[in-house]
Design a protein around this ligand. Structure first.
Ligand code: AHM
Ligand code: MG
Length: 327
């Protein structure tokens, strides 16, 4: 079997050199976060913030540790204008006078961290845009739409550590090889089947859902005897990276819609750190990513912590759910 590293793959697919370096920095940060996640139980950092470890020392929670690692490693990239983190209120400008061509990275350092206590998969999600012009170091970088992303991806910390990336030419998956320390290419062309019989949603919010979502899920649950005429399987990891990784591997649909419990905020999941990068990956793998009434990547951001309704996965199923919204 030939072994292709992340760098070799990006080089062979003519990835711009600066972007290649940035992706390598992100991969390094993810390897370091994976290590801290793996040792979390020993270090006493799996619980809530400021817990004590077995030696009675105060520890930061892993979300905060992961954010610090990302800021330290990726923040040192010479072509980076700003880092925008789900964990931090303000944009972290790395240049005083950002120029056209400089990068902005939006990221969620440790998504799904409620799964840490129970030893289930979590991940780091990232989205990369390039500034089109010089900007003042104020709010400008937050206004960039998902369609402007030049690359996106996530690391998954599961039974193995994976890295899934798109630079706008399909989606490729790598697996961390502990012996060499490299991410090696293991899924050269991830693609989502157009149709599916598997959905993922937090069903405990049933009473809060809007009518179209409730009708859609009711019809799925009725199986072969209902409107859909087929049986559906259900999964919910409560970890978006794990749910999206399954969909990129075998198809399915993921929903975290706006409902009456989160409508005041516009939904639960974050546009810049979660919905846009996952939307780009899913579209690049042949799937679709929608708010229910429009394409996620077309949403014009009003702030970097903005939340949005998310419905993504197998293309035909997302289109079917959009039909429920128009009925
Ligand atoms: P987080 O960024 O605070 O970890 O929240 C995002 C996570 C997603 O990974 C996951 O899909 C969702 O929240 C789970 O929410 P719930 O606990 O309502 O099922
Ligand atoms: Mg998150």
């Amino acid at each position: 079997m030939t072994q292709t590293t992340l760098r070799q793959h990006l080089h062979a697919s003519n990835t711009d050199r600066d972007l290649l370096m940035l992706l390598e920095d992100i991969a390094t940060a993810c390897r370091m976060i994976a290590d801290r996640v793996r040792h979390g139980a020993f270090a006493g950092v799996l619980g809530a913030a400021e817990t004590e470890n077995v030696q009675g020392e105060t520890q930061k929670e892993l979300d905060v540790i992961s954010d610090e690692i990302f800021q330290e490693i990726v923040g040192g990239n010479p072509n980076l204008a700003a880092l925008v983190s789900e964990e931090v209120d303000e944009v972290n400008w790395r240049k005083q006078a950002p120029q056209a061509g400089d990068f902005v990275v939006y990221y969620d350092p440790l998504d799904g961290s409620s799964n840490l206590d129970v030893n289930l998969s979590v991940g780091t999600i990232f989205s990369i845009v390039r500034l089109k012009e010089a900007v003042p170091t104020e709010a400008s970088a937050v206004q960039i739409k998902g369609t402007e992303q030049i690359a996106a991806g996530y690391a998954i910390y599961g039974p193995s550590t994976g890295l899934v990336v798109t630079v706008g030419q399909g989606v490729v998956g790598f697996t961390h090889h502990p012996g060499s320390g490299e991410f090696l290419l293991t899924q050269p062309a991830m693609s989502i089947p157009e149709q599916t019989q598997e959905f993922a949603i937090n069903a405990s919010r049933y009473d809060l859902w809007e009518a179209p979502v409730r009708r859609y899920i009711d019809d799925c649950l009725r199986g072969a005897n209902g409107r859909r005429g087929k049986k559906f399987n259900m999964r919910w990891c409560a970890s978006m990276v794990a749910d999206v990784h399954r969909i990129l591997t075998r198809g399915g649909v993921f929903l975290y819609p706006k409902d009456s419990g989160n409508a005041g905020q516009g939904g639960k999941l974050r546009l810049m750190y979660e919905a846009n990068p996952m939307g780009m990956l899913v579209e690049q793998a042949g799937g679709a990513a929608s708010t229910g009434t429009g394409r996620i990547m077309d949403v014009a951001p009003t702030g970097h912590h903005q939340r949005v309704s998310v419905i993504l996965g197998s293309r035909d199923e997302v289109a079917e759910i959009e039909r429920y919204y128009t009925e």
